[in-house]
Design a protein around this ligand. Structure first.
Ligand code: PLP
Length: 371
C-alpha cells in the first residue's frame, strides 16, 4: 500500500488496542492452535467413556464447530467415487444435504413407527453392498423421540459387523431421556464394530449458539486407524477452523461442574411437555402420535387424511395451519417421511397447550363433512 493511501485511511480505522484487548483468563493467553487444547479433549473423553466399559483418551476426541461440523467432516472424509452411506428414514436432513454436496450416494433404511421406531434391520441388510462405507444412527432419536434399547443396539452392531461397515452414532441428545428406557451409548458395542460417536454441547447444555461439538472414535481394535479414517479426520481438521478457544476453555467446567439439578430440571420440563403432547394429541382427530416421546425434544405425528378434507399433503397442512392458526410445524417430507409432521414440543407448557388447542380447532374446521 502506498504512503498516500495509508494516510487516507488514518482516522477511519479504529486504532488497535494494546494486546490483550479482551481480558482473558490466564490459560487462554496465548493459544493460537485451538485444536491442541488437550485438557478439553480429555474432558470429552472422560464424559463419553463414562457411558461404557472401557476408557477413551484425548487421542480419540476431535473438537468441532458444533455437531453440524462433525457431520460435515465425517461425510466428507468417507466420500469417494461410487461409495454409499445408509441413513435412517425419517432422519436428520444435514446428513443427506452434506452427502449430496460431496457426491456420496445415500440409501435409506426405515424406522418403524409400529415398533417404537426401531430399525427395519432386514431393509438395512438389503441396502448394503461392497461400496457401503457406513451407517448412521441417531440415538436418542431426532425426529422420532424414541430411545433404542441395549438389546436393539446390539443387534444393530451385529448387523453392521456382518455387512462390514462401521456406525456413525449421532448422540447429540445423549442422556436427554425421560421415559422408561435409559440412554445406552453405542460405543458400548465398539468391540463388535467400530463406532464413531458424534456429540455436542448444543442440546443437553442448551447452548446451540456456542458451537462446540465432537467426534469420538470408539475403536478398541484400531480398525479406523488402520483404514486411514483417523488420519483423514486429522487432515480435515488441519484445513478447517476450530471452535473458539474461549468456548473450548470452558468445556471441562461445563462437563464436570454442571450441577445435577440443571439436568433434572430440564428433563422434568421435557417430560411434562411430552405428556401434554401425547395426551392432547388424542383429542386431535387429524393427528396420531404412534409412540409417546421418551427422549429428545421432537416427535413424529401421522396425519389422518380420512378425518380431514381440502388438504392435499403434509406441506399443504403446515402452510394452512401456519396461515390460519399461526402454529408452525415441520412437514414430514423435510425429514424423509411424507404426510407426517415433525413437532418440536419442548416449549412453555401454556404455549404448548395453546398451540395444540389451535391445531385441534384447525382439525375440526377441516373435518370431513358427512352427508
Ligand atoms: C441439533 C442436531 C445436530 C446439530 O448439532 P449442533 O451442535 O447444533 O451443530 C446434529 N444432529 C442432530 C440429530 C441434531 O438434532
Amino acid at each position: 500500500m502506498g504512503g498516500g493511501k495509508k494516510e487516507n485511511l488514518e482516522g477511519k480505522v479504529a486504532p488497535l488496542l494494546p494486546a490483550p484487548c479482551i481480558l482473558l483468563p490466564e490459560p487462554l493467553r496465548p493459544e493460537p492452535h485451538s485444536s491442541h487444547l488437550v485438557p478439553r479433549r480429555w474432558a470429552v473423553a472422560d464424559l463419553v467413556s463414562s457411558d461404557f466399559p472401557y476408557k477413551l483418551s484425548a487421542d480419540n476426541v476431535f473438537l468441532t464447530v458444533g455437531c453440524t461440523e462433525a457431520i460435515n467432516i465425517i461425510t466428507t472424509v468417507l466420500a469417494r467415487p461410487g461409495a454409499n452411506i445408509l441413513l435412517p428414514r425419517p432422519g436428520y436432513p444435514q446428513y443427506q444435504a452434506r452427502a449430496a454436496f460431496c457426491r456420496l450416494e445415500v440409501r435409506y433404511f426405515d424406522l418403524l413407527p409400529d415398533r417404537g421406531w426401531e430399525l427395519d434391520l432386514d431393509s438395512l441388510e438389503s441396502l448394503a453392498d461392497d461400496n457401503t462405507v457406513a451407517m448412521v444412527l441417531i440415538n436418542p432419536s431426532n425426529p422420532c423421540g424414541n430411545v433404542f434399547t441395549y438389546h436393539h443396539l446390539k443387534k444393530v452392531a451385529e448387523t453392521a459387523k456382518k455387512l462390514g461397515i462401521f456406525i456413525i452414532s449421532d448422540e447429540v441428545y445423549a442422556h436427554l431421556t425421560f421415559g422408561s428406557k435409559p440412554y445406552v451409548a453405542m460405543g458400548a458395542f465398539a468391540s463388535i464394530v467400530p463406532i464413531i460417536t458424534l456429540g455436542s454441547l448444543s442440546k443437553r447444555w442448551v447452548v446451540p449458539g456456542w458451537r462446540l461439538g465432537w467426534i469420538v472414535t470408539c475403536d478398541p481394535h484400531g480398525i479406523l486407524q488402520d483404514i486411514g479414517i483417523v488420519t483423514n479426520i486429522k487432515t480435515y481438521l488441519d484445513i478447517t477452523s476450530n471452535p473458539p478457544t474461549f468456548v473450548q476453555a470452558a468445556v471441562p467446567q461445563i462437563l464436570e461442574k454442571t450441577k445435577d439439578d440443571f439436568y433434572t430440571k430440564n428433563l422434568n420440563i421435557m417430560k411434562e411437555a411430552a405428556e401434554i403432547l401425547y395426551d392432547r394429541c388424542k383429542e386431535i382427530p387429524c393427528l396420531t402420535c404412534p409412540h409417546k416421546p421418551e427422549g429428545t425434544m421432537t416427535a413424529m405425528l401421522k396425519i389422518n387424511f380420512s378425518k380431514i378434507e381440502g388438504i392435499v399433503d403434509d406441506v399443504d397442512f403446515c402452510v394452512k395451519l401456519a396461515k390460519e392458526e399461526s402454529v408452525v410445524l415441520l412437514p414430514g417430507a423435510t425429514v424423509g417421511l411424507k404426510n407426517w409432521i415433525r413437532i418440536t414440543y419442548v416449549v412453555d407448557p401454556s404455549a404448548l397447550k395453546e398451540g395444540l388447542s389451535r391445531i385441534k380447532s384447525f382439525s375440526l374446521r377441516h373435518a370431513i363433512q358427512l352427508p
